[in-house]
Design a protein around this ligand. Structure first.
Ligand code: GLA
Length: 736
């Protein structure tokens, strides 16, 4: 009888809602509503502005569309789906109905689990939603399992589906390349399928990002309008799809890229998809960014509530030319400028095969005694002497074929059986097969041994400079070779988790040939990422702008480097390089001994000023004001404390022509009723700006902004074609 009721109910739900069964999840300012009645299909009803309970009850009558919340393949229509499988008997169809709905509240989160079963097969899907009670983010993901006699093949397994709406919706997303990461693209959604994907295997954010924002009120605006954002929390291959169908409706799907990754699921085994984090804001793109930043810092990023140290990294200063004296000199210099940490980059390791360039030694994580006769220990002690911390570079997921590791374990690399390996960086690099538990143990041990021998190491720069180039695992069975991409990342996460369990406070940077690993799948294990190998300050304005859509400044490593820049060969004055680096997690990547005393003084002052605003930059709320992508000749943004009593305003010229007129930038996010006193940071002008030390109301600054001079008032021989400003705004307290 029960079964009959379910079947009947299932047929009814094809065209009808049962409003009484609406379930909702709420964050401080948003609500998600689903229709989840036992025996029926799971339906999506609403996601957006917070609703009252009366509206939650009546919303089913508001004329919404009838969309499954997790569409499966095989029974209805030709639309895009989230899940498609081949059952053990070859049947390709799914028809899921709800068997149970569970709601739980704990740790500031509300979780809803909708349990579903196929009407015919013992095949189960749980759709999960988790809402935070202090940030406007809802995470959603699925768990798939079955009790069929033989394995079921998962051909498509998205984490989530979100019906967006009809009509004019714009998508903002990030694309790029090595040294040009995080470029912002904004486009209206048009009929057809728009796909954003990654197939690198190891790194997933160089060419595109697994995060998007949808502006629901026409052309995207930074500080107005309704925006839905989505971030897939995954470090491997992904696929985001937006299908605009014949009814002009936009359907959004996100998950692991199933291409060449069909997954054979055994009886009883659980397949859990990565989480998709959804956010909604009615304060424009910047509002949505603030939500992601807060959630990122509070819940995702390793040590997201701890201020980051100001560091010098050795890479662009000395490249592979590591030696004890050189390291000591760099430590001494960064310490004298007020820095707090020195990171020794590539080139310090290798015994039988010393690492002299990028073509050998990865895998042999023993110190090169020719370069560093007294080992890491003496460098750590040296750092102590200079009153700073010490950090070190490793690339543990990789090997070179000329390494002792590869000689001993040739079967540990990712490689197609029966073929010669395809070689990467330096013509000799290979990727280790993280699907193999022995490789996982080995990688864990690299970090563990290093930390046991040198417990005072404070920071690890964890690099990854190669893609999976030929598909094959010596560990995975022949039948399941299509699991490689997924198993690689499962292995990677397992290693990271073990490292974090033992070393929770160690700072670890995710570097992957620059910004190849900026994603929320790995940030729970990493404190920050290297935005790009490109340190050119002008191009960084564009890259950091895009990256800031989803990631907070505390996670974005941003370094002052030399001129001409080593990637673009552009010569940009130090003031501008500093002013750009100071909008992220400030560091230096330069040979300080090649700097003049005047330059060192400028950096010393900047570091000292950064210490004053560090909290504000790293934990403040972002307001983007003028986009470099709008080609108005200037880019500008701010960070403001949640209490709105302090703010820092950045202004960078992006081009320079005589008598060119730049827009006056209106500020945002201040308290209109507070008065703020303005102080310029990193001043190089001979005279202070006219508004230096003056106070203005938040309402004036937001309605009018300040007129920023287009050039610096400096002596003739110091004039150049760049100008930038950082203004610090502090509430005038009642005692002033
Ligand atoms: C990669 C990183 C760089 C540097 C080099 C070292 O390219 O992105 O920052 O660490 O490797 O070889």
């Amino acid at each position: 009888m029960r079964k009959l009721v379910y079947l009947f109910a299932g047929l009814m739900t094809v065209s009808q809602y049962v409003v009484a069964e609406n379930i909702s999840l709420s964050t401080p300012n948003t609500t998600l509503v689903l229709s989840a009645e036992k025996g029926k299909n799971l339906k999506y009803i609403y996601y957006g502005e917070a609703l009252t309970s009366a509206d939650i009850e009546s919303i089913g009558y508001a004329g919404m569309y009838n969309h499954d919340a997790y569409p499966v393949y095989g029974m209805v229509g030709a639309g895009e789906t989230a899940l498609a499988v081949k059952h053990s008997d070859g049947n390709m169809s799914l028809d899921m109905y709800i068997t149970d709905v569970r709601k739980e509240k704990n740790d500031g989160k509300e979780t809803v689990v909708i349990e579903m079963k196929d009407r015919v097969y013992p095949f189960y899907v749980n759709v999960n939603y988790e809402a935070y009670d202090d940030v406007d983010v809802i995470e959603t993901w699925t768990e798939i399992k079955h009790n069929e006699k033989k394995p079921v093949v998962l051909n498509q397994f998205s984490s989530a589906y979100l019906p967006l709406r009809r009509g004019e919706v714009w998508m903002s997303h990030l694309y790029g390349a090595w040294a040009n990461e995080g470029r912002l693209a904004q486009e209206p959604l048009n009929p057809g399928l728009k796909m954003i994907k990654n197939k690198d295997g190891v790194r997933n954010s160089h060419t595109a990002h697994a995060e998007v924002m949808f502006s629901l009120d026409g052309k995207p605006q930074e500080n107005n309008g309704r925006v839905i954002g989505a971030a897939l929390c995954y470090s491997g291959n992904y696929k985001l799809r937006v299908d605009t169908d014949e009814s002009d409706y936009h359907h959004f799907f996100a998950g692991i890229n199933e291409e060449n990754s069909a997954y054979t699921l055994n009886k009883g085994e659980k397949f859990e998809t990565p989480r998709l984090a959804l956010s909604y804001s009615n304060e424009g793109l910047s509002g949505c960014s603030r939500n992601f930043h807060r959630w990122g810092r509070n819940y995702k990023l390793a040590n997201g509530k701890v201020e980051r140290k100001i560091l010098l990294n050795s890479w662009e200063g000395v490249y592979f030319d590591i030696n004890e004296r050189g390291m000591d000199q760099m430590m001494c210099d960064i310490s004298s400028m007020g820095g707090e940490l020195f990171v020794m980059d590539d080139g310090w390791f290798g015994d039988k095969y010393p690492r002299l360039s990028d073509n050998s030694s990865l895998g042999d994580w023993v110190v090169d005694r020719n370069k560093l006769p007294n080992g890491i220990e003496s460098l750590v002690n040296d750092a102590k002497k200079h009153n700073i911390k010490f950090g070190i570079w490793i690339e543990p997921e990789m090997a070179n074929i000329n390494s002792e590791l590869f000689e001993k374990n040739p079967d540990w690399i990712v490689k197609a059986a029966g073929r010669e390996p395809v070689l990467g960086r330096g013509g000799t690099q290979v990727v280790l097969d993280l699907a193999n538990p022995k490789v996982q143990d080995y990688i864990y041990k690299i970090v563990d041994d290093m930390m046991c021998q040198n417990p005072d190491i404070d920071y690890i720069k964890w690099d990854a400079n190669m893609s999976i180039m030929n598909h094959g695992s010596n560990y995975i069975t022949k039948d399941n070779q299509s699991h490689l991409y997924i198993e690689f990342h499962r292995g990677f996460e397992k290693v990271c988790q073990r490292i974090r369990d033992k070393y929770p406070t160690l700072t670890i940077q995710a570097c992957a040939s620059g910004g190849g690993r900026a994603n929320y799948g790995l940030l729970p294990y990493f404190d920050e990422f290297w935005v790009s190998d490109n340190t050119d300050a002008l191009q960084r304005v564009y890259m950091q702008w895009g990256t800031s859509y989803f990631f907070p400044a505390i996670a974005m490593a941003s370094h002052i480097s030399a001129t001409p820049n080593h990637q673009t060969f552009r010569t940009i004055p130090l003031k501008y390089r500093i002013d750009v680096a100071m909008s992220g997690r400030l560091g230096m990547e330069i040979q300080p001994k090649d700097m003049t005393e005047e330059e060192k003084t400028l950096c010393r002052n900047a570091i000292s000023e950064y210490k004053d605003i560090r909290h504000l930059v790293q934990f403040g709320d972002i307001y983007r004001l003028i986009s470099p992508y709008d080609n108005l000749g200037v880019a500008s943004m701010m960070y403001i404390t949640p209490e709105k009593e302090k703010a820092v305003f950045y202004w960078w010229k992006t081009e320079h022509f005589c008598n060119q007129h730049l827009p006056r930038v209106k500020m945002e996010g201040l308290d209109p009723s507070k008065r703020y006193v303005v102080r310029e940071l990193n001043r190089i002008d001979n005279e202070p700006l006219s508004f230096e030390g003056r106070s203005f109301s938040g309402s004036y600054l937001m309605a009018n902004g300040l007129d920023i001079p287009y050039e610096h008032n400096v002596d003739y021989h110091k004039k150049n074609d760049y100008a930038s400003r950082i203004l610090y705004l502090e509430e005038v307290n009642s005692n002033n």
